[in-house]
Design a protein around this ligand. Structure first.
Ligand SMILES: Nc1ncnc2c1ncn2[C@@H]1O[C@H](COP(=O)(O)OP(=O)(O)O)[C@@H](O)[C@H]1O
Ligand SMILES: [Mg+2]
Length: 379
């Protein structure tokens, strides 16, 4: 199962072992078994470089004595390239030769293991380097998403005013040319469609939240009733299980409704408008967090799609904008919360949103204390 946005788990990482001796490869592979990570192997230096290109490993265990090109040269080449320099390399050296370690350090190796390799030492080193790599990848990804989001929001900002002018002048022209009214209306319709996209692009940038105590159940029901009205989703059966003790949560109601709608629409589309969509909401009294989980029985996603779902404009649909999950992810971030996607291709997708501890106001407030206008959302 692939996960996007969850905490660290080595099961989603790949280790490349490079050794020319089959026995060593097998031994190291067996030693790594408790980590449950994916293992790929190479037996020559050239083959190692090819495997790095093909498999994008998260760590390399590198023997020194290799045919064609030795381990030092492989290490030097990988560390010299921008695409591969962040892959940690652990060199396996002979215990007796300190010169190897110096040469390895010069080549850019991140760590060393001596032969015969000690299993516990191997596991400790590999685990900590894999964890560091996962964190670095996550920071890189967050930076990329923030950058893309800011770029899209800046572009949206520039488009908004000229668009408003186009809309106004087309309507003004239509007054003087009543025969062309239909054309003018068509232009206005298209401009409104672009405006809808522009408004969503603007949500990629943090904007002031109108935080009020919101009722998750009521907001979910309101979002679902909007979906229910769409004929193409009439075969979807919503199976709800809401914790009766759900506390009100501080949120921007219109933004969170947008998040619910984006997730619900994606799920219905993935199920081709029929099947069960399970929705659960739970309150964890221990840390006062609130978790809402949407599980569909749709087509799921491949690992490559899952890796990119939060990128603005990434879509696999002919008519998609690729903004739904990107915007939802940023909205949850702005709320101090999280959005996590978990998917199995061919089986379905689970989207979890988590409101942070501070958002839940269970301890200080009961629903009856909140004015009905901000507590409920219907009407
Ligand atoms: N529930 C889901 N099941 C399968 N794939 C999904 C699901 N939700 C999102 N996706 C994938 O993520 C992509 C991005 O989703 P989104 O940001 O909402 O944009 P859009 O729906 O416009 O394509 C979709 O094109 C689809 O490939
Ligand atoms: Mg969508």
């Amino acid at each position: 199962m692939e996960v996007c946005g969850l905490d660290y788990n080595p099961a989603y990482q790949t280790v490349l072992i490079v050794d020319d001796e089959e026995r060593n490869l097998k031994l190291l592979e067996a030693m790594l078994f408790p980590l449950n990570c994916r293992v790929v192997t190479a037996r020559t230096g050239i083959n190692a470089l090819e495997m790095v290109r093909q498999e994008s490993p998260d760590l390399i265990l590198l023997d020194i004595m290799l045919p064609q090109m030795d381990g030092f040269e492989v290490c030097r080449l990988l560390k010299a390239s921008v695409e591969t320099s962040s892959i940690p390399i652990v060199m396996i050296t002979a215990l007796t030769d300190p010169k190897d370690r110096i040469k390895g350090l010069e080549a850019g190796a991140d760590d060393f293991l001596s032969r015969p390799v000690n299993k516990v030492e191997l596991l400790v080193r590999v685990r900590s380097l894999l964890k560091l790599k996962a964190l670095q990848d996550r920071v890189k990804k967050e930076d990329k998403l923030r950058f893309l989001g800011q770029l899209a929001a800046a572009a949206a900002h520039e488009i908004r005013n000229p668009l408003a002018a186009v809309r106004y002048f087309v309507q003004a022209l239509a007054i003087h040319h009543p025969d062309d009214r239909d054309y003018a209306d068509a232009v206005v319709n298209e401009v409104d469609r672009i405006n809808g996209i522009v408004e969503r692009m603007l949500l990629l940038k943090p904007k002031k939240l109108a935080l009020v105590p919101g009722d998750i159940g009521a907001l979910l029901h309101e979002s679902m009733s909007l979906i229910d009205k769409r004929l193409e989703f009439s075969g979807v059966n919503f199976v709800m299980d809401l914790d009766p003790g759900l506390p009100p949560v501080k949120m921007d109601l219109s933004q969170i409704k947008q998040v619910f709608l984006n997730i619900l629409i994606n799920a219905c589309e993935a199920m081709d408008g029929r099947g069960n969509l399970y929705i659960t909401a739970k309150h964890n009294p221990e840390d006062s967090s609130v978790l809402i989980c949407f599980r569909d029985q749709g087509h799921g996603m491949s690992a490559d799609v899952l890796d990119r779902v939060f990128e603005p404009f990434f879509t696999t649909k002919a008519q998609g904008t690729g903004l739904g999950l990107a915007v939802s992810y940023q909205i949850m971030k702005h709320h101090g919360g999280e959005l996590i996607v978990d998917s199995v291709e061919g089986e379905g997708t689970t989207v979890v949103i988590k409101f942070p501890v501070s958002a839940s106001i269970a301890s200080s407030l009961k629903f009856r204390d909140i004015p009905s206008k901000v507590c409920g959302v219907a009407g």
